[in-house]
Design a binder for this molecule. Sequence first.
Ligand SMILES: [Mn+2]
Length: 338
Amino acid sequence: MLPKFGMLSQVVELIENKERFAITTHVRPDGDGIGSSLGLRWLLSSLGKQAEVIVRDDIPNSYMSLPGADEIRKIEEIDSDYDAVFVMECSDMDRPGIKGLADQHVVNIDHHATCQHFGDINWIDPTASAVGEMIYNLCKAIGGRVSTEIAECVYMAIVTDTGSFHFPNTTVRTLKVASELVKAGANPSEISESVYNSYSWSRLALMQSVIATMKRDRSGRIAWMRQTIEMVEQAGAVDGDNAGFVNMPLTASEVVASFYMREVEDGAYRVSLRSKGSINVARVAERFEGGGHKNAAGCRVTGDWDELEAKIVEFLKDEIESCVEVEEQLTAPELSLA
Ligand SMILES: [Mn+2]
C-alpha cells in the first residue's frame, strides 16, 4: 500500500525527468504560499529547469522584497505549456483560482493533514511547520545547494507560518532548518522587518475603526469585531489590509475565542473565527455551512447583523462549555489521586 504521506521521492523523480514547470499557490497569497513557491522556483532554475510562478492575485507588499517576486506572473487561466504545475499550500484544486489547472499534470504540495489528494502527485507532510520547510527538504533530497535566494524565500515561508517561531508548529526541526537557512544567507532581521514593519497606512487606518467596534461577552472569554464597507472605503484599504485582524482579541489572556465579521454587501457577511487550545471553532463555522480547522475557521452569513452576532456568540459559548466539560473529565482521575 502506498503511504498516505511522504511522496517526496515521486516529486524528486518528476523534477529530474521533466523540464518546464509552473508553480502556483492560493488566492490572497501569504508568506508560506509565496515563499515556498519562489523557493521552489529558485531550486528548479538552479537545476537548469524552466520554472515560473503564476498566481491570480496581487502579491502583498511585505513579500515583494523576496528575490524573484517581481517576476511572478499574474494570470487567471493557464496560458502556456508545462510538463507539470506545482500547487503549493492549497486544500483543493479551486484554491489557486486559476482556470485550466485541472487539465495539467498537478503536483500537490501541502502541510495540512486535511488537504485533499487532488494532484497527480500528492506530497503532504503534516509534520512540517510550513510548505517552505518541505522545500528545504526537497532541496536536500534532490542534492541541490541551498542558495541565498532559496534561503531567503524559505525563511520567509517559515517565519510567517510559525508566527515568528511562536506557534505550536515550531519544532526542533523547524529551528534547525531555520539555522541552516541563516547559514546559507537569509537575514532574519531584514526578513522580519519586511513582514512586520511594512504595513500600509490604510491598514492602520482600517485597524483603528475596526478595533473601535471590539466587544466581549459577559464571561470575557469571547471577543468580536466588525468591519463595514464604509470603513474600508474611508481607510482607502485594499484586499489583504485586514489580514490577521481576527487574531487581535486573542492577544488578551482571558479571551479564548474571537470572531471578525466583514460586511461584503448589504446584509451579507464573511466571518472569520479563531480560538485557543482545544476550543473547536470549525464546529461553529459548520453550523453556518462554513468550515476550517479547530483553531481557525470561517463562514458566510446573511441576515441582521446584531442577531447574527448574538447567535455566533451563543454557539461559541456552547463550544467553550463542551470543551470545559471534556477537560474536567480528563483531569478528574488526576484530581482524585491528589
Ligand atoms: Mn503554510
